[in-house]
Design a protein around this ligand. Structure first.
Ligand SMILES: Nc1ncnc2c1ncn2[C@@H]1O[C@H](COP(=O)(O)OP(=O)(O)OP(=O)(O)O)[C@@H](O)[C@H]1O
Ligand SMILES: [Mg+2]
Length: 418
């Protein structure tokens, strides 16, 4: 079992890789960071990742420390019983250790190429997703070499990270491809299409926090962690689980309201009280960046579902706060028209470009905003609009780049017994 300094070093690098993965770095960048991290932990090694392509050939994935001439020499390698360490490992679906490639029969075809680049030993491990082999993770040395228990643990761990990176990349590509294909068929099957896009997006959104949970659970089970490291791992698991829960709650709400099955309990409510309650909840979020949330206007009686109205206001005010610069103001004010009340939420944030306005109410579309760790899933506005409509009202959004964003909720007034 890894212990002491090794554990800290592994955790630091693993966290860096997971962060690169969630922040949307390319597959090549993530694989490079994995390979470089392992080289750091196993001095004198040079590592590489090869990935299977659609034609079942092994293609260059990452090899920042190997000579380009060597990498391109083995690019396109077909797995087989005598295809060096990588091709053989993928073919047999088990690790292959060629202690000395100059004597190993599996290396007959590549011996000279290896010798030209001072590569004497190669140990390759399959990268897998479930039972499917995705590629190989190779560790080279310039002298004959046999891995010890520590090296085997390290490679097992980083090979697992590489498989997460490849799975993540595949899921994103599938998601993009699906989105593109779906758009092309849009006019044909609008309703079905929306559903399938939605399902892909939901699973895509859930994948990252689930991967976090798996990784940190595995750490807890297999690493000799200090109490502080255990606390951090548990905290990560808790945050990821909370994120999944909030997505699931929003998705269920959205599904219910779209199906017209959301129970709506209309009451006579004083709009000022509901704004105050929602703003109270969210004020701590504004306090840190020093955003001032100011409420004003008449507190008239409206017909609405208390829980859902608060949910709408919370969504709008949290957007205003999240996208505003520190030191600016968010104004929440009310206005009475003939038969309706209006709640305005106005910020001095960056505003939204006109060409993106049409995508505002598309589930999971964040208009390219970085999700980050605290970021939302991109469900807030569509849910707020559907809920407003379910209460007999509406939600409008106007925005000017460089000036700010202005959301308006319109709700029916309570009918006074004339
Ligand atoms: N007040 C605002 N200022 C600037 N951009 C905004 C504002 N409100 C929403 N947006 C943009 O619209 C996108 C969608 O907003 P929405 O509230 O639906 O999702 P979200 O805030 O990203 O996540 P969620 O609300 O699910 O937590 C945001 O990601 C952001 O890009
Ligand atoms: Mg939001």
């Amino acid at each position: 079992m890894l212990a002491g300094d090794d554990v800290t070093a592994v955790l630091d690098r693993q966290t860096a890789v997971m962060e690169a993965l969630t922040s949307g770095a390319s597959l090549a960048e993530v694989l490079d960071s994995i390979v470089l991290a392992l080289e750091d932990l196993m001095p004198a090694s040079r590592c590489s990742v090869l990935l299977l392509d659609d034609a079942a050939a092994l293609r260059h994935g990452s090899a920042p420390s190997l000579p380009v001439e060597y990498s391109s020499g083995i690019d396109g390698l077909l797995p087989g019983p005598r295809a060096g360490s990588c091709g053989t490992a993928v073919f047999l679906d088990r690790p292959v250790i060629a202690v000395d490639v100059s004597r190993d029969p599996r290396w007959a075809r590549f011996r000279q190429l290896a010798a030209r680049h001072d590569l004497r030993s190669c140990w390759s491990t399959p990268i897998r997703s479930g039972s499917q082999v995705l590629g190989s993770f190779a560790v080279y040395h310039s002298t004959p070499y046999e891995p010890d228990a520590r090296d085997q643990q390290l490679v097992r761990r980083f090979t697992h990270l590489a498989s997460l990176a490849v799975e993540h990349d595949r899921a994103s590509k599938e998601h993009d491809a699906r989105l593109k294909a779906d758009l092309a068929r849009q006019s044909a099957e609008r309703a079905n299409l929306a559903k399938s896009q939605f399902v892909t997006a939901v699973s895509h959104e859930l994948r990252t926090p689930l991967q976090s949970i798996t990784t940190f659970t595995e750490n807890l089970q297999t690493l000799d962690l200090s109490p502080e490291q255990r606390r951090v791992a548990l905290e990560r698991i808790k945050n990821a689980a909370g994120h999944i829960l909030s997505i699931v709650d929003d998705v269920l709400d959205l599904a219910r309201v779209e199906a017209g099955a959301m129970p709506i309990n209309l009451d006579d409510l004083l709009v000022g009280d509901e704004i105050a309650a929602a703003v109270d909840l969210i004020e701590p979020l504004a306090a840190k960046p020093g955003i001032d949330v100011v409420c004003s206007g008449p507190s008239v009686a409206v017909r609405a579902d208390q829980r859902r109205l608060r949910q709408v206001i919370l969504n709008l005010v949290s957007n205003a706060i999240r996208f505003s610069a520190p030191g600016t103001q968010v104004r929440v004010f009310t206005e009475v028209a003939e038969r309706s009340a209006r709640i305005h939420v106005v910020d001095e944030g960056p505003g939204i470009p006109t060409e993106l306005m049409a995508r505002l109410f598309v589930p999971f579309d964040r208009l390219g905003a970085d999700a980050g760790r605290e970021g939302g899933a991109g469900l807030g506005l569509v849910l707020a609009r559907r809920l407003s409509e379910a209460m007999g009202g509406s939600l409008l959004l106007e925005s000017v780049v460089g000036v700010g964003t202005h959301a308006t909720v319109v709700l029916p007034l309570t009918r006074s017994p004339a």
